[in-house]
Each structure stands twice: as structure tokens, then as C-alpha cells.
Design a protein around this ligand. Structure first.
Ligand SMILES: *Cc1c(COP(=O)(O)O)cnc(C)c1O
Length: 387
């Protein structure tokens, strides 16, 4: 199925809504039936037949079809946030006593899910550096049930060799889950390499305008049905029909937004790579990345998110740099129209107690849709005269 068909036509049954080009927002909680038999027949098919909006809402249903097709999986479910999608996918595959092998430095709330929430239910976890395929294999225990991946992670951008990781997991019956928010399906389709469950924060590139929070799980028919029947309906972390409508609108322009963001990011990254005040650029899309060859193999375009390590003497200089930026908003998240800067020193309790897990001189940069020359000029004035 071609990308243009998926984004412009798939799932849209325009005849049923007066030829409207943009699907209506079915702003309803409830769906009524003409008689007892019709209601009785619909009830066992809540995933396919609109019955109650916590199950299937038709606006959200269109979105699910498009997202599954984008990832190249059978089916998808949309949630009220990325972490709701992560949590539902993970919980659906685990029980008390199970063990998880997880890449180091996953998204913070995913780490908390494993360490704290699932810890209370007797699930244990081992963290392994993402590039260390042998380490992943060595961490497997008799009770390992899941391999949880982010490739790359969204702050230091280490990659997992997806083909090799799946080759370790598959024969042992270990389920593989990946958070693919960084690359989007335009940059990477993990199901192609054998990953079982692909999750996304739709708050990033899918939403694309920093105005929605939502999440996605893509997988086989059987796994999606299992998640629908339990975690989706039971935990109830659904998205509103209005948010689904915003996401449908955003998906129409995903390819041009992602392409522009990638192209500008390459230009800005090249500038930063050559700057004397930048000690290191960390961007899988740049030849200086230690896993560039792997990135070229399993990812295409890498989008607009990367990090730099500043060549400065102390945290005060990092703060000076970040505070001087005019065209980058200081904020978390990414994938929107606006460029962002996130110094990790802003995530620490204080400058006296910096985070031990991340370099103090790291600034994460997201390149949005602005003119890259304007962004480079802004970085230039902020880098000038740093000690
Ligand atoms: C933002 C993000 C999430 C969480 O998504 P929300 O929509 O904020 O809940 C999960 N994983 C990654 C990699 C993210 O960047």
C-alpha cells in the first residue's frame, strides 16, 4: 500500500458521511441500536462495531487503520498518551515472576513502569546498553518474557541492532517491544525486522503541532485483540474523538514535516559538528555517530532530534548558552513545528546535584520547521564567547 493512499484515503468511507473530505468527529459516547437482536449481535464485536466510545469510536477507528498500515502491522490501537500505550503493551505481556531485558536509558516513565509499578507486582528487569547485542543475550534468564527496546533512545541515541535482537528473542519465545517514537514509521519499520509490538508517543511527530497528547500500539491481529479485550478496555486510557481528528489532520502532512525536519537537522548538525565549542554531536543521521552504518541499514531519515556535548568548563556556561537562545524554546517533547533546546542540567535537582546517568554538558536539540539558516545564526550567537 503506498504512503499517499494510506494518508489520504485508507479507512475513509466518505459515502457514509455525505462525501465530507475530512472525516467527521463522532463526538458521542454512545451508539444506539434499532432492536434487541442488533444490540446482541454487536456486543461480542466491540473492537469492530461502534458500541461505546471506550471501545471503538469511528473517528479513532480511521486513525487506527492508517497507523497500522504505516507501521506495516495488522492492526493498531490509539491511547490517550504515549505512556498509556507503552504501559498497556508492556502489561499485556507480563505476569508476576516474569523478567524483562530493557535497553539502558529508555524513556523515563517507561523505566519507572519497570522499576516501580511492575516491581510491585513481582516483575524484575535488567538494563543492558543498547549497542551490546551479546550483553542482551547474556542478560536473558529462564523467566525472561520480554525484550523492551528503544532504538535509538531519545537523549543519547544508542541504537539496537533490531535484526540481531529479534534473532535472540524469537527462538526463546521472548516478546519484543519497541518504542519507535524517534524514527516514526517513515524512518524505521521495526515489524520488518521481526519486532512484535511497536509503540509510539503520538504527541511527537504524529501530532506534529505540539497540541495533542496521544499514543499508539501497533501489532498483529491476535496481540491487538488481546490488548483490546484487557488493558485497553479495562484501564480505559482512550483518546478523545476530537484528538483523533486532529491526528488525522496531522498525518496528512507527516511526510513533508518529517522530511523538512530531517533535512534542516542535517544542516544544523553539520554546523554544530564543526563548531569549536561543541565537543561531540550525537545524531544517528550524521556520519560521526558510532553506529552510523547500523542507522543506515535499519533507519532511513532520522528526523530532527539530536544532542550536543558542549566544550565548556562548567554548568554555568551550559546555562548561559541555553538562556541566550532566542529561536529555540526551552521545553521537553519534540516533533512539533517549533525548534527546542533541552539542557539536561535543567532536569537535575540543582547544579550541585547533577544527574549521574547523563553528561552534565549535554543539550538536546530539536529542529522544527523554521528556516535552518535562522536557527544556525541563533546557535552561533549563543555559542559565541563561551568559556
Ligand atoms: C514523549 C515520549 C513518550 C511518552 O509519550 P506521552 O505522549 O508524553 O505520554 C514515550 N516515549 C518516548 C520516546 C517519548 O519521547
Amino acid at each position: 500500500m503506498d504512503l499517499s493512499y494510506i494518508l489520504n484515503h485508507l479507512g475513509e468511507d466518505r459515502e457514509t458521511y455525505h462525501g465530507a473530505v475530512s472525516p467527521p468527529v463522532y463526538q458521542t459516547s454512545n451508539f444506539a441500536f434499532p432492536n434487541v437482536a442488533a444490540m446482541r449481535n454487536a456486543l461480542p464485536h466491540e473492537q469492530e462495531v461502534p458500541f461505546y466510545t471506550r471501545g471503538l469510536n469511528p473517528t479513532t477507528g480511521i486513525l487506527c487503520q492508517k497507523l497500522a498500515a504505516l507501521e506495516g502491522t495488522d492492526d493498531a490501537l490509539v491511547f490517550g498518551s504515549g505512556i498509556a500505550a507503552v504501559s498497556a503493551a508492556v502489561i499485556s505481556q507480563l505476569k508476576a515472576g516474569d523478567h524483562v531485558v530493557c535497553v539502558q536509558k529508555p524513556y523515563g516513565w517507561a523505566e519507572k513502569l519497570f522499576n516501580q509499578l511492575l516491581g510491585r507486582f513481582g516483575v524484575t528487569v535488567t538494563y543492558v546498553p543498547a549497542p551490546d547485542t551479546d550483553g542482551i543475550e547474556a542478560a536473558i534468564q529462564p523467566n525472561t518474557r520480554m525484550l523492551y527496546l528503544e532504538s535509538p533512545n531519545s537523549i543519547t541515541f544508542e541504537l539496537v541492532d533490531l535484526e540481531a535482537a529479534c534473532a535472540i528473542a524469537k527462538p526463546r519465545g521472548i516478546v519484543t517491544v519497541i518504542d519507535n517514537s524517534y524514527a516514526t514509521p517513515l524512518g524505521q519499520q521495526p515489524a520488518k525486522w521481526g519486532v512484535d509490538i511497536v509503540v509510539h508517543s503520538a504527541s511527537k511527530y504524529f501530532g506534529g503541532h505540539s497540541d495533542v497528547v496521544a499514543g499508539v500500539v501497533c501489532s498483529s491481529k491476535a496481540i491487538i485483540k488481546q490488548i483490546f479485550d484487557h488493558e485497553f478496555m479495562n484501564l480505559g486510557g482512550i483518546v478523545s474523538p476530537h484528538t483523533s481528528s486532529l491526528l488525522l489532520r496531522s498525518l496528512r502532512t507527516l511526510p513533508i514535516r518529517f522530511e523538512r525536519s530531517t533535512k534542516s537537522a542535517l544542516q544544523v548538525a553539520e554546523y554544530l559538528h564543526n563548531h569549536p565549542k561543541v565537543k561531540q554531536l550525537i545524531y544517528p543521521g550524521h556520519p560521526s555517530h558510532p553506529q552510523y552504518a547500523l542507522a543506515q541499514k535499519q533507519m532511513g531519515d532520522c528526523g530532527g532530534l539530536f544532542s550536543i556535548l558542549l566544550d565548556v568548563q562548567d554548568v554555568a556556561e551550559v546555562e548561559r548558552f541555553a538562556d541566550r537562545l532566542q529561536r529555540f524554546l526551552m521545553a521537553v517533547s519534540w516533533g512539533g513545528h517549533e525548534s527546542l533546546a533541552l539542557p539536561v542540567c535543567a532536569l537535575a535537582e540543582s547544579t550541585a546535584r547533577l544527574r549521574p546517568d547523563l553528561p552534565w554538558n549535554l543539550v538536546r536539540i530539536y529542529i522544527g520547521l523554521e528556516d535552518p539558516e535562522v536557527l544556525i545564526a541563533d546557535l552561533e550567537q549563543a555559542l559565541q564567547g563561551l568559556k
